[in-house]
Design a protein. Structure first.
Length: 695
């Protein structure tokens, strides 16, 4: 490839080639104390860690006055010419930007700028539009007008500040912090992935035990916390301004999910049910059309569930041809959704493709799914997501997904559980609920599955499916809640006391931190009888969505150079979801009522049953894998002797979860999996107990 990084002072240096289509990424540093001996080598090392995000080209920028280095890995979805290479200098010369994402309305913005006499660069892509927009308005005035998924770094040479910005819902990642080796002044580092920050020469930051506890308790690192001490996740809808003269950091919120939800709720929806369905249909089709801009082939993930089926139907209505759809299957029949996806694909006339996760290839796929994340990530649906992403990438460069529909319209089982239990816990004494929970937990998940099967027809819809026992045990955990906050925490309780599993984290510190963080979360609609249901959605939209769902999609799709777009995350659909009353989203037995009705209008009558199905998605048979194709792997990973030598997790407690899982406990299988992910991720990254900070 030659020497792509020819570092120049105050100018952009790029290397570019047209070829594979993949994601973008950026990274950089501000070294005000000249700690980095060779900025060129540092940028090269940091950029190499995100090479998978953009092998189509790379570029760098260095400004010696501020010790600021900026590197970019190139996306080539729109305008694949060299004119769109980054970092990009704005027409006025004031701004230097490195950008990751897509701006759906960039053509409209471009026309407005040109009409008002603003100069736009030669590239036809959205990066040039963004650069010109910053010339015209600056960061803070420009952001409300940008509709898209994005994160970017923007150097303002006039004001001598660096801006880091993240989109409204957190589709694209951005991290920042201080690299610290304990030998001198820390270096400010930033980028699209943590591994890029960790490649800075002075980065010796310790691993956070609180972050490990977050993974054990709720599958991923949540909030502003990251796996490294001293490094933070920029939250969705936030912008960070760094003064290059003083190093002072100022974080500002430019978009608030809660504020937008309250404004939409106050506006309300004026119309009957039929008008509501028509309004939703129009908004979804508009969102899909806006996401169809690309110079590469398109496709869609299709699980056979409601959200992905709606998106594919809207793509078909928009005239996408050929319309390629992709789904993943398992050798375990109860987790295999291929038949449903196949039926939808046939009805909509798509070019449908299926990939099987075979037992023989499972260990390799599991290892890859752990390794493609820059922090431990224990949502096991990452395994099939990675598999279907790799499979789709063989045919297309961009896929549309159904992510966001559950968070916006109340599609998760916990939403239904919260809708019911928040009322129930006020009327049933705590001691009675805990006795009921004890009774439920006396039976293993398999026993509940067998016991409920004969009466399936009269059960709530959430139990008319596989994993009934797992849902019963989840309900038992929630029954023990003394109030709304405990009820909310129960929905994410994988290890109820995760700190007890970590050798270097006092349990009282974890408990007090969790209590403080949840106590400080405001209730948006405290006087509404459905306020708890609304609060569940808001917390999913501000926490679970960016920290789990979108993290999973970004890392798994980007690992193989596939761009994933989410029409359900359109801001107009978000506002619409909050304009309609909760009763139009759920009746307490099923969620997404509006979306189900819309799907019935789009499918033939014989497939209307799909609209009545419970939440689907890419779930996995963890417990069965532990007894089958992953048996040797999990025995080795959770060996008490091995874990104790690693010095991070309590080996006896982790192995006990595996024993319970093999006895039929689905919840224990999830606990064992989180321990596997933490241990293997740390091993892969060379992290042992000595690298973990003391709590």
């Amino acid at each position: 490839m030659g020497e792509w990084f020819m570092l120049t002072r105050g100018t952009v240096s790029t290397g570019y080639r047209v070829g594979r289509i993949t994601m973008c990424g950026f990274t950089g540093f501000i070294d005000r104390s000249d700690r980095i001996n060779d900025p060129n080598a540092a940028l090269r090392a940091m950029s190499a860690m995100i090479a998978h995000r953009g092998p189509d080209g790379e570029g760098s920028y260095f400004e010696p006055r501020f010790g600021l280095g900026l590197a970019h890995r190139r996306l080539a979805i729109l305008d694949r010419s060299q004119a769109a290479a980054q970092p990009m200098v704005s027409p006025s010369g004031r701004w230097v930007i490195a950008y990751n994402g897509e701006i759906w309305n960039h053509q409209e913005i471009r026309q407005e700028l040109l009409a008002s006499g603003v100069r736009v660069g030669p590239s036809t892509g959205d990066t040039a539009t963004l650069a010109a927009l910053l010339d015209a308005r600056g960061v803070e005035a420009a952001l409300p007008d940008i509709d898209g998924m994005f994160a970017f770094a923007a150097l303002d040479l006039h004001e001598r500040v660096l801006w880091l910005v993240r989109d409204r819902f957190g589709v694209k990642p951005c991290f920042w912090g201080h690299a610290d080796d304990g030998r001198g002044a820390p270096v400010f580092v930033f980028g699209s992935e943590l591994r890029a920050l960790a490649a800075c020469p002075v980065f010796r930051n310790r691993v956070s035990p609180m972050a490990i506890a977050s993974v054990l308790g709720s599958l991923s690192v949540r909030g502003t916390r990251t796996i490294y001490e001293g490094v933070h996740a920029l939250r969705p809808g936030h912008a960070l301004c760094v003064d290059l003269s003083t190093g002072r950091v100022n974080e500002r919120q430019w978009y608030s999910v809660r504020t937008a939800a309250a404004a939409a709720r106050a506006q309300g929806f004026h119309g009957d049910r039929a008008e509501m369905v028509r309004a939703f249909d129009g908004l979804l089709e508009s969102a899909v059309r806006r996401r169809l801009m690309s110079d590469v082939p398109f496709g869609a993930f299709l699980s056979g569930g409601i959200d992905s089926s709606l998106v594919v139907a809207a793509m078909r209505h928009a005239g996408v041809a050929p319309l390629r759809t992709f789904t993943v299957g398992f050798e375990h029949a109860e987790y295999d959704e291929r038949a449903h996806a196949r039926a939808v694909a046939k009805a909509l006339g798509t070019d449908h493709h299926e990939v099987m996760i075979n037992d023989a290839d499972l260990v390799s796929l599991v290892e890859d799914s752990i390794g493609c994340f820059d922090a431990p990530f224990a949502d096991s649906s990452a395994i099939p997501t990675l598999a279907v992403s790799r499979f789709a990438r063989q045919s297309v460069g961009v896929v549309l997904t159904g992510d966001g529909g559950d968070e916006f319209f109340g599609g998760y089982e916990r939403h239904l559980r919260g809708f019911t239990l928040s009322r129930w816990i006020r009327s049933v004494p705590l001691f009675a609920r805990r006795r009921m929970a004890d009774a439920i937990e006396m039976l293993h998940g398999d026993t509940w599955d067998r016991a409920l099967r004969p009466i399936e027809g009269v059960l709530p819809s959430a139990l008319r499916r596989t994993q009934r026992g797992r849902l019963m045990h989840k309900a038992a955990i929630s029954m023990r809640a003394a109030g709304d906050e405990e009820l909310w925490r129960s929905f994410f309780a994988v290890w109820p006391e995760p700190a007890s599993l970590i050798q270097r984290l006092p349990s009282d510190l974890w408990a007090s931190t969790v209590a403080r963080e949840t106590r400080d979360m405001p209730r948006q609609f405290p006087d509404d009888p459905d306020g708890f249901f609304d609060e569940l959605l808001l917390r999913d939209q501000t926490n679970y969505l960016p920290d789990d769902i979108l993290t999973k999609l970004d890392r798994c799709s980007m690992e193989c150079g596939l761009e994933a777009r989410d029409p359900m995350l359109d801001t107009r659909l978000f506002d619409f979801a909050w304009r309609i009353p909760p009763a139009w989203r759920t009746d307490g037995t099923v969620g997404k009522l509006l979306l189900r009705e819309s799907l019935q209008h789009r499918l033939p009558k014989e497939l209307h049953g799909i609209a009545g199905r419970s939440k689907q998605g890419f779930g996995v048979p963890l417990r069965r894998w532990f007894d089958g194709p992953l048996a040797e792997w999990v025995d080795e990973v959770l060996s008490p002797k091995r874990l104790e030598a690693q010095g991070i997790l309590d080996g006896k407690a982790a192995h006990a979860a595996l024993v319970q899982a093999r006895a039929g406990d689905e919840g224990a299988a999830q606990r064992a999996w989180t321990a596997c992910v933490v241990s293997r991720w740390c091993e892969r990254e060379g992290v042992d107990g000595e690298r973990v900070a003391r709590g």
